[in-house]
Structures are given as structure tokens and as C-alpha cells.
Write a protein that binds this ligand. Structure first.
Ligand code: PMV
Length: 324
């Protein structure tokens, strides 16, 4: 059997973080500059049914049988074998590499799952439809996040922007309305990492407490963000990307009012704007983590350097491609 290679991109939240927790829409986009990759090869020396798993970047070298039940890679591989109906595959090796920074809100876990599910199902002669790939990756996301919205597995599987709204079913279960949508004209983002770890659960908890103290003020801010998200989607779908910069600046101002910006994020946002970015904002949970800037393509490198001078520990320049 020929070797199969499959990959999946990272993601960032473009607009709508935090407000999305309260039923407002958000938009996430793929970050194709970084990728997770799975290479599946036959292992002629192995015993039938033996699945070797290698992830050299994290020093992992094991077999499927040795992975604990709740291991994300184990769940992705077992889920795929179950989906294609092959309990005992020919001896094979799944080798995973990734350039997506981990625990940085860039969708690394979902991308690894999607690459593994795609690679393994194709190797076994049953390439899965995107919808099934995303659904299996969602099962793995549950291990990482408990009650994931489903946005990461969707944006990473389809490699298209995703518009999503959380919904609570009558039974109280978390679900989400998720729509992919087209990019009329490409646009370039520069992503800057403050290098400051900031667990999303803490910022989300703080926002919840603040909203309980001041529900009207917070709902008004979430409503303002909702309008920005709707305008941003229209702009991306119609090719009016110039509208995105001011919308990012407005979204950042409201996020600062909500209480999730930080001096380090503000410094990076300012540095990007001063160097020619068309707009900039934090992305994800805030307080630390990443910020994003909309860059004229030819100025992206210069903006990335300015971010590094202003304290970013890592920058990524990524173009959100026009949809085919
Ligand atoms: O840290 P990320 O990129 O997974 O984003 C967190 C986004 C929040 O809206 C702050 C929380 C959430 O669960 O949607």
C-alpha cells in the first residue's frame, strides 16, 4: 500500500470571542501557514493489527494498544477504524508532525486529529467525507475541551472561514449552528504571540462574573460585537476586505472594555497599527495569548518585525485564500 500524507491547517478567531459564549456569532479563519501532518505507511515487519504511532516533535513512539483510552491520538485512530469498519488493519505506522504552536488558541489539537483521520481513512481505502472527518475530530475535541463549540474541528477540516453561533438545546446540551462561507478576495493576517499563558477558562470566568454584576452593559457590548461580526462576514463574502481593519479596531476597543485586553496585547496592537496594519485586535481568550493584525500583503513582513520588537515571542504571517 502506498504511503498517504494528509494535512490540516491551524485557525484563529477573527471576530466575536467572548460574546460567542452568550449566544452571539463569531468568525474563525484557517491559518494555512502552519500545518499538522500525518503520514501513514505500511509496516511490513509489524504484526497484522499493529498500529505504530510516532510523534517525534513531542517524543512519542508507541503503539495504539499502549495508548490510554482517553488519549486524543488513540481516540482519533480508534474512531477512524470504527468508522471505516476495519477492526484489524494491516500493520501500519502513523507519523505525526506539526508546526502549529500548542495551547495557543491556534487549533493544534483539532488539526492533528483531522490530519490523522484523513490520512488513516485514505490509507485504508475509505477516504472519509469532510463531514465525517469533522464529526470524528469533534469527538477528540471533547477530550481536550469538555464541551467544545465545534468551531475548531470545522474550520480546520474545511479550511474555510466559519461563522458560528452557540445554541443551547431544550435539554440544556451545548450545540452550535456552524456555517462555512466563501472568501471573495484573499487577505493577509499577521499573528503575534505575547508569550503570556492565559487559560481561556479564567478569562471566560472573569467575564461571566463581570456580566452578572452589570448585565445590561455587558449585553450591550456583546450586541455591538454581534453587529461587527455580521459586517465582517458580509465584507469577506463580498470582497470588501478594507472594511475588516476598522471592524477589528472596534472589536478590540470593546474587548478592552470587557476587561480581557492587557498592556502586552495593547503594545502589540499599537505596534501593528503604527507599522501599517489596517486594523488589529486580540484573538481568543485574551489577557495573553495571540493578537492578529490585518496587513497589506507587501507590509506583512515589516509588521511582523515590528511585533517582535514590541515583545512578540513568535509571529506568523498567513493569507486567508480566496475560496475556489
Ligand atoms: O482560546 P481560543 O482561541 O480557543 O478562543 C476562546 C474563545 C472564547 O470565546 C473566549 C471562549 C470560547 O469558548 O468561545
Amino acid at each position: 500500500m502506498p504511503a498517504i500524507s494528509a494535512s490540516a491547517p491551524g485557525k484563529v478567531i477573527l471576530f466575536g470571542e467572548h460574546a460567542v459564549v452568550y449566544g452571539r456569532p463569531a468568525i474563525a479563519v484557517p491559518v494555512t501557514q502552519v500545518q499538522a501532518k500525518a503520514i501513514v505507511t505500511a509496516n511490513p515487519l509489524g504484526k497484522p493489527g499493529e498500529v505504530r504511532v510516532q510523534a517525534p516533535t513531542i517524543g512519542l513512539e508507541t503503539t495504539l494498544g499502549e495508548l490510554p483510552d482517553a488519549d486524543p491520538l488513540g481516540v482519533a485512530i480508534r474512531g477512524t477504524l470504527g468508522e471505516v469498519g476495519i477492526a484489524r488493519p494491516p500493520a501500519l505506522t502513523v507519523r505525526i508532525t506539526s508546526t502549529i504552536p500548542v495551547a495557543a488558541g491556534l487549533g493544534s489539537g483539532a488539526a492533528v486529529s483531522v490530519a490523522v483521520i484523513r490520512g488513516l481513512s485514505a490509507f485504508l481505502g475509505h477516504p472519509l467525507e469532510a463531514e465525517r472527518v469533522s464529526a470524528l475530530a469533534y469527538e477528540v475535541e471533547k477530550i481536550h475541551h469538555g464541551t467544545p463549540s465545534g468551531i475548531d474541528n470545522t474550520v480546520v477540516t474545511y479550511a474555510m472561514p466559519v461563522y458560528f453561533v452557540r445554541e443551547t438545546s431544550p435539554g440544556g446540551d451545548l450545540s452550535a449552528r456552524i456555517e462555512t462561507f466563501k472568501v471573495q478576495e484573499p487577505f493577509t493576517l499577521v499573528i503575534g504571540d505575547t508569550g503570556i499563558p492565559s487559560p481561556t477558562a479564567i478569562t471566560v470566568g472573569d467575564v461571566r462574573a463581570a456580566r452578572e454584576r452589570d448585565p445590561l452593559v455587558y449585553e450591550a457590548m456583546f450586541e455591538a460585537i454581534e453587529r461587527m461580526v455580521e459586517s465582517a462576514r458580509e465584507a469577506i463574502e463580498s470582497g470588501h476586505n478594507e472594511a475588516l481593519g476598522p471592524l477589528m479596531d472596534e472589536n478590540q476597543a470593546v474587548l478592552a472594555e470587557i476587561g480581557v485586553s492587557s498592556p502586552e496585547l495593547e503594545r502589540l496592537v499599537e505596534a501593528a497599527r503604527e507599522t501599517g496594519a489596517l486594523g488589529a485586535k486580540l484573538s481568543g481568550g485574551g489577557r495573553g495569548g495571540n493578537m492578529i493584525a490585518l496587513a497589506p500583503e507587501e507590509e506583512a513582513g515589516q509588521i511582523a518585525r515590528a511585533l517582535e520588537e514590541a515583545g512578540a515571542v513568535r509571529t506568523i504571517v498567513s493569507t486567508v485564500e480566496k475560496s475556489r
